[in-house]
Ligand binder design. Structure first.
Ligand code: PAF
Length: 281
């Protein structure tokens, strides 16, 4: 596996593949890779001839009081994992490559509507940063397809919408969430948890399952959301939301709706903010 840091080197490799008629899959990441990321690579590998992964801790998607500074940067470890899991090329740019005029002066992409709620409401500007950097990565790599984890459910929907609205020639693929044996969704942020918090954390998945079961038994959505919220609070979490939404656009479902829904939770445990979701298939 080759690692490149600048756009001309990236483009030269991709051009070489293209000239041989090969297709290209992209797996954008912020690094500190774990088995969840490796499963995204596997999916890209199965669908494209060549796989490019990117490692870039994107400053524009972090709020002023968020964990940009402490976000784990483990490039050497990441390179070994990527090589082992079938990545052909790693693009690990500097901030100046992604934001030639500086992050504050960058063109910014705002995907309206779907970004007003849930994560968007609790992390103002977050999805502008995500949409902007993903669009830049698409322009740089020009992949045929790109794989994103369903763990960041709203992010996936925002990217799908951006791609459709801007007519970007990239197929967006959502990959199932990978979980630890006790149900905790794999995330780079799990390592911030203390030992005691780590034992508590699977309650999020259990609460999502309870939300699904209660809906299946005919309980009203608003009641289920309140029950979930209190359950998390009683266990020491500080929930931002525990919500049931329409899976296609994250809008509030009509009363009595039972199809095409997803439950989503974001909650703080100590200093760690965890998110997870469960589509009701
Ligand atoms: O999901 C992530 O890791 C990031 O939000 C992404 C898509 C790589 C953009 O920085």
């Amino acid at each position: 596996m080759q690692t490149v840091q600048d756009a001309p080197a990236l483009r030269a490799v991709v051009r070489g593949w293209r000239s041989q008629g090969q297709t290209v899959g992209l797996v954008p990441t912020m690094g500190n890779l774990h088995a969840g990321h490796h499963s995204l690579l596997k999916l890209a590998r199965a669908r494209a001839d060549r796989v490019v992964a990117t490692v870039f801790v994107n400053p524009t998607q972090f709020g002023p009081n968020e964990d940009f500074e402490r976000y784990p940067r483990t490039l050497v470890q990441d390179q070994a994992g990527l090589a082992e899991h079938g990545c052909d090329l790693l693009f690990a740019p500097e901030v100046a490559t992604m934001y030639p005029f500086g992050a504050e002066q960058s063109v910014s992409i705002h995907v309206p509507g779907i970004t007003d709620t849930l994560e968007g409401a609790h992390r103002p500007g977050h999805f502008d940063g995500v949409a902007t950097v993903v669009c830049k990565l698409f322009n740089l790599v020009q992949p045929d397809l790109a794989v994103f984890g369903q763990k960041d459910f709203q992010q996936l929907k925002v990217i799908e919408r951006m791609v459709r609205d801007l007519a970007l020639p990239v197929k967006v693929i959502g990959a199932p969430t990978l979980r630890a044996e006790d149900g905790l969704a794999l995330s780079s942020r799990n390592q911030y948890l203390s030992e005691a918090e780590r034992k508590q954390a699977p309650l999020i998945k259990q609460t999502l399952e309870q939300m699904r079961d209660l809906l299946g038994r005919g309980h009203a959505r608003h009641v289920i959301e309140k029950v979930a919220h209190s359950k998390l609070e009683r266990a020491g979490f500080v929930p931002d939301y525990a919500a049931i939404r329409r899976a296609d656009d994250l809008s509030e479902p009509a009363d009595g709706a039972r199809e095409g829904l997803v439950a989503l939770i974001a909650a703080r445990l100590g200093t760690t903010r965890l998110i997870d979701n469960l589509p009701f298939d």
